[in-house]
Design a protein around this ligand. Structure first.
Ligand code: UDP
Length: 472
């Protein structure tokens, strides 16, 4: 056989073997695995490298163009600010920061001694963007000595230029920064793309309008006749697990604007809320009310966002969880989600929430014999909370939590609003679009009613009772 033919035949054989192996591999992999392999292949290709380099260049050009434009347009502002800073004994400071590839650069900022005008202080950082030390969007520029600056997990952040705006900043303003800053930076680095950055820049506009003054908020706040435990998500889940190990049983409630509205008209519900061991602030309405009444809410602690934190804490404690509520099949599917994500978590029992008064003793009996320590009750407000208050001590369960539509979300029956909608504080609108006939009254009339009560309370507050007056 001529040598050429032999080589061609061997190559064809090799190719077909390779092809066959790949096909077998595809067959052995899940749909996700195949997608992952195809993406990895694409990433290694020349076209991908070229596309990435082009995107980086475009992004840099965009940063240069926009920072230069803003510096020119805002020149009257920053020239006056510079003069003001100089006159008041301040000026422009240079602070060491870690930039791309962990190189050091000086971050420029105005200082106005005795004053805090945060947006104005950041203005000189536009020069950092122009110079290429920073970008408009990226992870926060960290200082060389900071906690996670040296940690391996932080290294990925150094692939990108730090940003004036970051995902953490937006979520913090929207009260949904439940993960640590390092985790959110990592999330940003791993998912960052051009349109994502544009989205962050757009979302920064409403986020800038939300108050940021929740740093030294008290552990408990009180408004409209209800006490709220002003905890973060992590603190609240840890507290629930501690309560689940105590001798007595406790009730946990989440309160949102709608709950307040119900409580204004339903005294039994108001008594139930005020008698609960833990009352957690749920949603943008309560946060806005807190800002208007000078009682800042630290985090939006709603049951749906809390479930993963709670499951992680419950799994570690070895305690049992019981899921009660939702249409038939809903609690079972939510339980499957929990088992898939927290395989060592003990699910002590599951039951749907459509039972008659005659069946109720059986339900109580089932829960008692399950020996669950924590019970999630999804029967809707205010029924679930009143039900808990009525049966709290009858089942031997240590913590009973009213969770509304949580099981519907985790069973996959009702999709959750995407993160960017929650960052805009518009989850309520997303929920309205899902069930307009049921939700229009709750959100459109209810939000106005709630706002009216908050404004009334604001007017009632005597100046001497406002926290800033007391501080003075
Ligand atoms: N539900 C239930 N039994 C009932 C009425 C309602 O299990 O008799 C469930 C319903 O299927 C849903 C949850 O209670 O899963 C209520 O969800 P919703 O989002 O309305 O809660 P809310 O925000 O009103 O607390």
């Amino acid at each position: 056989m001529p040598v050429d033919n032999y080589e061609q035949e061997q190559r064809a054989k090799h190719l077909s073997t390779r092809q066959q192996l790949l096909m077998e591999l595809d067959g052995a992999l899940s749909a996700d695995g195949i997608r992952h392999r195809k993406r990895a292949h694409l990433r290694h290709s020349f076209a991908w490298g070229l596309a990435r380099r082009t995107a980086n260049t475009l992004r840099r050009l965009f940063d240069i163009f926009l920072s230069a434009l803003m510096l020119i347009l805002l020149s009257p502002v920053w020239i006056v600010a510079l003069l003001f800073a100089r006159v008041s004994g301040g000026g422009i400071t240079r602070q060491k920061r870690l930039g791309r590839w962990a190189t050091h650069f000086n971050l420029y900022q105005f200082t106005f001694p005795g004053k805090s005008i945060s947006w104005l202080e950041q203005l000189p950082a536009l020069f950092n963007v122009l110079k290429g030390d920073m970008s408009f969007v990226g992870p926060r520029p960290i200082a060389p000595g900071e906690d996670f600056a040296e940690k391996r997990i932080a290294w990925k952040r150094y692939n990108l230029r730090p940003g004036l705006l970051s995902l953490w900043w937006i979520r913090k303003r929207a009260n949904i920064a439940h993960s640590s800053e390092a985790d959110l930076d990592l999330e940003y680095v791993e998912t960052s793309n051009f349109w994502g950055d544009v989205g962050i820049a757009v979302r920064a506009i409403p986020a800038a309008m939300y108050s940021s003054g929740s740093g030294n908020a008290p552990a408990q706040i009180n408004f409209l006749g209800v006490r709220i435990d002003n905890l973060t998500m992590a603190e609240a889940s840890a507290r629930i697990v501690t309560l689940a190990q105590a001798a007595e049983s406790s009730q946990v409630c989440f309160v949102n604007a709608d709950c307040f509205n119900i409580a204004f008209a339903d005294k039994e519900y108001l008594t139930t809320l005020t008698g609960a061991k833990l009352i957690l602030a749920d949603g943008i309405g309560v946060r806005l009310a807190g800002s208007m009444l000078d009682q800042h809410v630290r985090e939006n602690v709603n049951g749906t966002d809390m479930l993963p934190y709670l499951c992680a804490a419950v799994q570690e404690s070895g305690l049992g969880l019981y899921l009660l509520g939702g249409k038939p099949g809903v609690a079972k599917d939510a339980g499957k989600w929990i088992s898939d994500h927290y395989p060592h978590l003990v699910i002590s029992g599951i039951r749907d929430g459509y039972f008659s008064a005659e069946e109720e003793p059986d339900v109580l009996e089932e829960i008692t014999t399950s020996k669950a320590a924590i019970l999630l009750v999804a029967l809707g407000s205010p029924r679930q909370d009143k039900w808990i208050a009525q049966h709290r001590t009858a089942m031997g369960v240590k913590v009973l939590i009213g969770v509304g539509g949580l099981l519907d979300f985790y069973s996959g029956r009702i999709p959750r609003a995407p993160a960017w909608v929650r960052e805009l504080g518009m989850e309520w609108f997303y929920r309205f679009c899902q069930e307009p006939a049921r939700m229009w009254r709750r959100y459109f009339l209810g939000n106005f009613e709630f706002l009216y009560h908050v404004l009334q309370e604001r007017l009632r507050q005597k100046p001497a009772h406002r926290p800033e007056d007391i501080a003075e």
